[in-house]
Design a binder for this molecule. Sequence first.
Ligand SMILES: C[S@@+](CC[C@H](N)C(=O)[O-])C[C@H]1O[C@@H](n2cnc3c(N)ncnc32)[C@H](O)[C@@H]1O
Length: 215
Amino acid sequence: MRLKYLPSFVKRRGRITKSQEENLNHLSSYEISAYSEILQAKKNFSKIVLEVGFGNGENTLSLARQNPDTLYIASEVYLAGIGLLLGEVVDGAIPNILITSGDIRLLIDDIKEPVFDDVIVICPDPWPKLKHHKRRMLTNEFFELIHPTIHDGGELFMSTDVENYAESIKEQLDISVGYERNNNSSYEKSALTKFQRRAMDEGRKIYPFSFKKIS
Ligand SMILES: C[S@@+](CC[C@H](N)C(=O)[O-])C[C@H]1O[C@@H](n2cnc3c(N)ncnc32)[C@H](O)[C@@H]1O
């Protein structure tokens, strides 16, 4: 069967600890996998934010604690990361995080109208080799796919620690229709993720991008 999207992630399973494995038993109670389920969940919240590729969930967790009226749809395929975040959600009885565990592009594809107030993608997989650049998530195709799902004025916040990825994001967004630059993003000051911290420890720069959706 031909895949609709080239895989943009390296591994799904990886090494999982016993407690992460146990936490994954709770996934079905917190999982969202269809647009209709987002619509159902949204009734209890004033805003919805999607974080794509949350990794170990540091940023999602911090935002969810600060903004109890916002529902965070947390997307990740990496099971150890999902297990980690689920542990925090279950133990902390955090009501405003729901998890989606498949390739996020399939869910986005299912959404035909604006539903997200903001969308966040922090340090997507870098795919450094030239022959793998086609696997990068942040391309024109993604910007077009996500556009109809963001409310007018909503923010698309992204960052990468890879210079040539940053250049290609900039080039592709400059020619993408329906976005304008936003110089006032609150997400730049969000909690540091594992990959951001690693980049900083290794002396690498993080390149943030914030765009507003215009119709
Ligand atoms: C380099 S890691 C960064 C994780 C985290 N944002 C951080 O900064 O620590 C990128 C993450 O994106 C996830 N990812 C890649 N493609 C994805 C997709 N199509 N849908 C959902 N998650 C994806 C990967 O599994 C991986 O954990």
